[in-house]
Design a protein around this ligand. Structure first.
Ligand code: V47
Length: 477
């Protein structure tokens, strides 16, 4: 006979402040970069509310009481995928029940619907379709641009872009960058405006081997974003956590992204290392004590509408989105004057805007037996991301995966963005149910206001949107 014993649950929080947070608090207040060991304390401490309060300090220093949302529409052009990642419930094989691939008429109609809803952005991702030709992707972007010229197209994860280089037969082993550059140049010419952050998962060889063996790894993911940044595109990045990963691996992931962003910002004029190359090898154990770049705190590098300047002491709290986003975005969209660095070099877009921690949804995946992360772990992870990624302007609590009530709480735990109206989402479905996942602007604003923040509609590049019904413009356009 087996005896059932209750599992020993380690409380995620306990009364009382943790003195181990004190030196970390001192660093945060001084705008100093946190080390991986600091990150380990942020994850290990029982004082989760202390961690959240620290993240809130940074978040308010950067954004005041502003909380961003956008009006967007997601499009998944196909769920047919050559890969079979264990965490993924979305993919189908050709001929499977429920497999779909959208044609250009469908895509055009979706773009028109997006405009009718007042959307500023179309977010497009799909599976790695083994048979679609490269022209399908450029035709898709052109069709959207023709049907909806004002819509910003944020499309294709790094994994899809490597796949496109392969199907266009421009991918060279040993030199993934040149093929991806070829692909991105053509997609940009067809209307691509920025890259979403998907497909990063957790940068770790062990986890990759176990859960997404045949997918690109960290080096290639980073290479793709490096090339995008060099071409002047802004991008986002994600961290898919709460499956077979551990907290140390998450911290390494954040560290790798932080260094990658250092390099991106350096290319825009922050340091004298324009050829810095992150993907060649990241010494994961090396502690960083001297911040190269920090966007918050004493001595921070604070982007201004005039450019990127070092030495300001307090940001324009709560009045506008990170102005660097606005100023570099102008260059991306309209070729207007680019920001000037402190060395007065002409620069353009080309950095990570947002980290989006994505909690694992087990339902329907091969890892369905795993429980997925808890609410407190999700809150803590948002806070840790805010604290570790001192060179990232934004932290997004994607309401679809976090749920809107949790996204509300996360605004006080380091997040400044909850994503948008979305409408249709196929990658994760709450309770395994519907792809229709939509929130109205009223819902989003109410959630933000109830949490004590000021809702700010942004476009994809974090410019403030001024709107009259369906018509909109950005404050900088
Ligand atoms: O790449 C897949 C993840 C990502 C599951 O850039 C899963 O603004 C949880 O990247 N449980 C797609 N996550 C979503 C994404 C995204 C979302 C919102 C905004 C932005 C942005 C990007 O979702 C995939 C994968 O990493 N994912 N399956 C799952 N079962």
């Amino acid at each position: 006979m087996t005896t059932l014993t209750a599992p020993i649950i380690q409380p995620a929080r306990a009364p009382g402040a943790d003195p181990r947070l004190e030196p970390i608090r001192a660093k945060v207040l001084a705008g100093k970069r946190l080390s991986l060991d600091d990150g380990a304390v942020l994850y290990a401490t029982h004082d989760i509310w202390g961690v959240i309060a620290l993240a809130d300090t940074v978040r308010r220093r950067m954004h005041g009481d502003a909380a961003y949302y956008n009006i967007n529409k997601h499009l998944n052009y196909s769920n047919v995928c050559a890969l079979s990642c264990k965490f993924c419930e979305f993919y189908r094989k050709k001929g499977d029940d429920g497999a779909y691939t959208r044609d250009l008429d469908y895509i055009r109609a979706e773009a028109v619907k997006a405009v009718d809803l007042g959307a500023t952005e179309m977010h497009i991702v799909g599976g790695l379709h083994p048979y679609l030709p490269f022209e399908y992707y450029t035709d898709m972007l052109r069709a959207i641009r023709e049907a909806a010229p004002g819509l910003h197209i944020k499309a294709f994860t790094a994994v899809e872009l490597v796949h496109l280089a392969r199907i266009a037969k421009v991918y060279k082993r040993g030199d993934p960058q040149s093929g991806v550059r070829w692909v991105l140049e053509r997609l940009m010419e067809a209307g691509l405006g920025s890259l979403p952050g998907g497909g990063a998962e957790v940068f770790d060889d062990r986890i990759q081997k176990e859960a997404w063996k045949t997918k690109i790894g960290a080096d290639e993911w980073l290479d793709v974003h490096l090339v995008a940044h060099e071409l002047g595109l802004n991008s986002n990045c994600t961290m898919l956590y709460g499956h077979i990963d551990g907290r140390r691996e998450r911290l390494n992931h954040l560290e790798i992204l932080r260094r990658s962003q250092d390099k991106a910002l350096a290319r825009l004029g922050y340091t004298g290392d324009p050829d810095g190359f992150i993907a060649a090898g990241i010494p994961q154990t090396e502690a960083i004590t001297d911040p190269v770049i920090t966007l918050s705190g004493e001595g921070a590098v604070l982007p201004t509408p005039q450019g990127l300047e070092r030495g300001a002491s307090s940001p324009p709290i709560g009045r506008s989105p990170m102005p660097s986003d606005a100023s570099t975005a102008k260059d991306q969209d309209g070729g207007l004057e680019a920001p000037r660095s402190r060395t007065e070099k002409k620069t353009k877009g080309g950095y990570y805007q947002t980290i989006i921690p994505l909690p694992f949804f087990p339902d329907g995946s091969e890892l369905e037996h795993l429980p997925g992360p808890t609410g407190l772990e999700n809150l803590r992870t948002i806070a840790v991301a805010r604290l570790m990624l001192d060179n990232f302007p934004h932290v997004k609590a994607f309401w679809i995966m976090q749920t809107l009530p949790m996204a509300q709480l996360m605004l006080e735990a380091g997040a400044d963005d909850i994503d948008g109206t979305v409408v249709w989402y196929d990658i994760t479905k709450v309770g395994g149910s519907s792809t229709h996942q939509e929130k109205s602007v009223t819902d989003l604003k109410r959630a933000i206001r109830e949490a004590g923040f000021e809702p700010v509609e942004r476009d994809t590049l974090y410019r403030r949107v001024v709107r009259e019904g369906k018509n909109w413009k950005t404050t900088t356009s």
